[in-house]
Ligand binder design. Structure first.
Ligand SMILES: NC(=O)c1ccc[n+]([C@@H]2O[C@H](COP(=O)([O-])OP(=O)(O)OC[C@H]3O[C@@H](n4cnc5c(N)ncnc54)[C@H](O)[C@@H]3O)[C@@H](O)[C@H]2O)c1
Length: 419
């Protein structure tokens, strides 16, 4: 099979970004249809990919009703709109690439995994970190026994204060009920990577964490509901919206506040939309810091920390084995291996280092892998299987259950029904 065809469901930030792969690699991937209710986004995408009017649909329901239009679909709608289009697409004969998290409901995650097996289709989740040179190199070093037998993992997700404010205080992922808890929305990538590096099933999970800072008790005196309504601390506040969104830089995160990047449209967005609100007067409820302890069937243990209170948006790790240590910092592209016997430290250089943009090269690596899998009719092995993704999502659900109930969750007994 040569070039494959794909239809995009949800031409928002993520969908448009992934489909840049088709523009760079037209011999591998062609976008043939889109479903997007926002007319401005739909029109822009249509022009980018040379689509006809008949191939632009207003919703996923319209696209998936009727004859099959492509080999695969990429589903990039919001978290709570993943399940129905995925089930329908698998049933209709499409291979599916789905944005993470699979669903805010654990039962739906399990059912999607089962459905893909039932139909024998490729069903991959956008766990982009597995496709980065950074994590691929760490996995290879472990497989080669470079640090002996792996015993412990310390993994930090440094969210960055400004990213927390944008996405998880003012933005789309601020409320558990409307999207998903932080451990799923932001850190299901980390659960997935830890599961992959540990190399065995997860057995026990415990977690603590809270929303401590971004709430009204911490609002500066006199701070209004919106930054533009005469905030008395605009000079000192890290989160004063005009300082963040009305600069010359119109890339993400500014691109998320308005489809029209003009100063006028962005100012209007701050006057009326969610991103102009004071970060201490929002309706957010997801945590701003959380720890998770994990135990695996091979006795590897992992300690994970997610925190909003960091300068950089980055991931840092330490992996401890019987013969050595790996210390790594993703955004700096640094991996060093310390050998206990020789006492030497070796710096590993990456072939394709990447930064924060495109998740360190992971975004396009993921699409490349998915295209290959579809070309092989689902017969090959991708870096991420639906079964692995279901397990790492269930680890996140178990962590949230542990945090809320203040108890250790045994994965074998955990029923995933919210109980
Ligand atoms: N893999 C990652 O690292 C990563 C990073 C950020 C976000 N995400 C996830 O990606 C998903 C999308 O996030 P985003 O930032 O692109 O959101 P977005 O809001 O920019 O895009 C979602 C799009 O879906 C469209 N839509 C709404 N209803 C629809 C319907 N009925 N049919 C078709 N389209 C419809 C919206 O109009 C919007 O354009 C979310 O689940 C998010 O959690 C993943």
């Amino acid at each position: 099979m040569g070039k494959i065809t794909i239809a995009l469901i949800g031409a928002g930030q993520r969908g448009v970004n992934y489909m840049g792969y088709a523009l760079e690699h037209p011999d591998e991937l062609q976008v043939v249809a889109v479903a997007e209710p926002n007319q401005q986004r739909s029109q822009k995408f249509k022009l980018q990919h040379g689509l006809s009017d008949e191939m632009c649909f207003e919703s996923w329901e319209d696209l998936l009703t009727g004859p099959q239009l492509a080999d695969a679909v990429l589903i990039c709608t919001q978290d709570n709109m993943h399940y129905e289009p995925t089930m329908k697409a698998l049933e209709a004969g499409y291979h599916v690439l789905l944005e993470k998290p699979m669903s805010p409901d654990p039962q739906e995650c399990i059912r999607m995994g089962e459905r893909s097996e039932q139909y024998g289709r490729v069903f991959s989740i956008c766990h982009v970190l597995r496709y980065t040179d950074f994590f691929g190199t760490i996995k290879r070093l472990l497989n080669e026994g470079t640090i002996g037998q792996l015993m412990s993992i310390v993994h930090n997700e440094n969210v960055a204060y400004w990213h927390q404010a944008h996405s998880f205080v003012r933005g789309n992922w601020r409320k558990t009920a409307e999207s998903s808890p932080m451990i799923l929305a932001k850190s299901c990538h980390d659960m997935d990577i830890i599961l992959w590096l540990a190399g065995a099933d997860c057995t026990n999970v415990s977690s603590f964490g809270s929303l401590s800072h971004f709430k009204k008790e911490n609002a500066p005196e006199g701070a209004p509901q919106r930054c533009l309504d005469g905030c008395p601390v605009s000079d000192q506040c890290l989160y004063y919206a005009p300082k963040v969104y009305l600069t010359d830089d119109i890339e993400w995160p500014t691109s998320a506040i308005s489809d029209d990047p003009s100063l006028e449209a962005r100012t209007k967005a701050l006057q009326e939309g969610p991103y102009g609100r004071c970060v201490y007067h929002c309706d957010n409820d997801v945590v701003d810091h959380q720890v998770v302890n994990l135990e695996f069937a091979n006795e590897v243990t992992a300690a994970f920390t997610m925190s909003a209170f960091t300068n950089d948006c980055s991931r840092t790790l330490k992996l401890m084995g019987t013969k050595g240590e790996i210390r790594a910092a993703m955004e700096k592209n640094e991996i060093e291996v310390i050998d206990f016997e020789t006492g030497t430290t070796k710096q590993i250089s990456l072939e394709n280092p990447g930064g924060h943009i495109g998740h360190g090269g992971g975004d396009f690596g993921l699409i490349r892998d998915f295209v290959k899998l579809v070309q092989q009719g689902g017969q090959g092995n991708g870096l991420t299987s639906a079964a692995q993704s279901v397990q790492s999502h269930l680890m996140a659900f178990a962590a949230e259950r542990s945090r809320v109930d203040r108890r250790v969750v045994n994965m074998r007994d955990f029923t995933y029904d919210g109980a």
